[in-house]
Design a protein around this ligand. Structure first.
Ligand SMILES: NC(=O)c1ccc[n+]([C@@H]2O[C@H](COP(=O)([O-])OP(=O)(O)OC[C@H]3O[C@@H](n4cnc5c(N)ncnc54)[C@H](O)[C@@H]3O)[C@@H](O)[C@H]2O)c1
Ligand SMILES: [Zn+2]
Length: 366
């Protein structure tokens, strides 16, 4: 078992990573239950793991109540938040209780936000069931819902009390979702860890094909990286946590162009976005073309999009930059970009001219 601690003083919490942990979750969670019933919130797909979790809690003497929501991004809405809060209140959830979020980033973000505001803040535990949620969204305490003005615009920082990660739950995850989550794994190597990127080059394909030991290693490594970054910059104020947005400004523009649809899911957009961020960095003379080529080659080798053409985006540079202008990171008329001096050497650049970005995008093959 791997234990990673998110070091945030009084809000510190453990992340446990181990094959088969779901079946042993009860013994970890029982102390948080304090003899009371625990609510578990999940969605209809992650629900395949509900029986195992409830059985393990029952074996530890903890009664449960399950709330099953529809799957999909639309669940992160005001309407679902309202009904979830009502159901949790009806169930008698108190401030000292811990609600369990069993699912991907959608369930984690929604349940985390509900718990941030329920009775002015109750506890919660993340049991992430997608690779993306295991390596990214379940750690760090960002919680949110979407509104008509955009994604994640209403939310709160609210740290979980514990994160339980079982790599075996990924066996039921569709291959496409797994690949998309893998893009966020590789992202940690691209940000500041050249050796981990090399590890991904060597083992990424086998990891995706089903090697559980490789999955566990990658998750533990990624979670440790995220925990370090969150501990250094919990509320994204000093630029450290912003590094996690590598590939996301380009990626967001592609997702917006694809209408935030199944045509291009988030991790796929992030992969293409990282390739574009490195391509743009090379075009600006910041990193070598060889580094940019290596990033693109790795995405191709695992079936992730390496640019606009593979992402199915035909829009011109001006249109894509227009999407970027609506990015929530846009402040005082400028948009900070994460650029690279090399693989594992990214930095936040506040002086990027959007005209240069548009020209670069126009020069990309469609
Ligand atoms: N809070 C953060 O720091 C943070 C970071 C990154 C992303 N996010 C958010 O996370 C969300 C995306 O998360 P996601 O990619 O996990 O999406 P998701 O929660 O929609 O899960 C993807 C799909 O997989 C299904 N699923 C989940 N677990 C499964 C399992 N084990 N077997 C079979 N199917 C399963 C889900 O029902 C869904 O259909 C977005 O809303 C994004 O904004 C938050
Ligand atoms: Zn992301």
């Amino acid at each position: 078992m791997t234990l990673v601690t998110v070091a945030l003083g009084a809000r510190s919490y453990p992340i446990l990573i181990e094959q088969g942990l779901l079946a042993r979750a009860g013994e970890r969670l029982a102390p948080l239950a304090r003899g009371r019933r625990m609510a578990i919130v999940t969605d209809r797909n992650a629900q395949v793991h509900l029986d195992a979790l409830e059985a393990s809690l029952a074996a530890a003497g903890v009664a449960t109540l399950a709330i099953v929501l529809p799957p999909g991004e639309a669940t992160k809405s005001w309407a679902t938040l309202e009904s979830l809060c009502d159901q949790l209140l009806d169930a008698g959830v108190e401030r000292g209780d811990h609600v369990i979020a069993l699912g991907g980033g959608v369930i984690g973000d929604l349940v985390g936000f509900a718990c941030a505001i329920l009775k002015r803040g109750c506890g919660f535990v993340q049991v992430p069931t997608t690779l993306l949620a295991q390596v990214d969204s379940s750690v760090g305490g960002k919680t949110a819902i979407n509104t008509r003005a955009g994604k994640n615009l209403i939310g709160a920082f609210h740290q979980p009390a514990m994160v339980l990660i079982d790599p075996l739950v990924l066996e039921t995850l569709p291959a496409r979702e797994l690949r998309a989550g893998y893009a966020e794994v590789v992202k940690y190597g691209l940000i500041d860890d050249h050796a981990f990127f090399e590890w991904c080059e060597a083992h990424g394909a086998a990891l995706l094909a089903g090697d559980v030991a490789l999955r566990e290693h990658a998750i533990a490594h990624a979670v440790a990286a995220k925990a370090r970054i969150v501990a250094a910059d919990e509320h994204e104020t000093n630029g450290t946590r912003a590094l996690l947005n590598l590939g996301h400004t380009f990626g967001h523009a592609l997702e917006a162009e694809a209408g935030f649809s199944q045509a291009l899911i988030h991790g796929e957009a992030v992969a293409a976005g990282c390739a574009l961020a490195f391509g743009f960095s090379a075009a600006q003379g910041l990193c070598t073309g060889q580094d940019a080529g290596r990033v693109a080659a790795h995405w191709r080798s695992v079936g992730l999009p390496d640019g606009l053409a593979a992402a199915g985006i035909a829009a011109d540079g001006a249109r894509l930059v227009d999407h970027m202008r609506h990015d929530k990171k846009m402040a005082a008329g400028t948009l900070p970009f994460l650029l690279a001096r090399g693989i594992g050497a990214t930095y936040l650049d506040r002086n990027v001219a959007l005209a240069d970005v548009a020209a670069f995008l126009d020069a990309q093959p469609r």
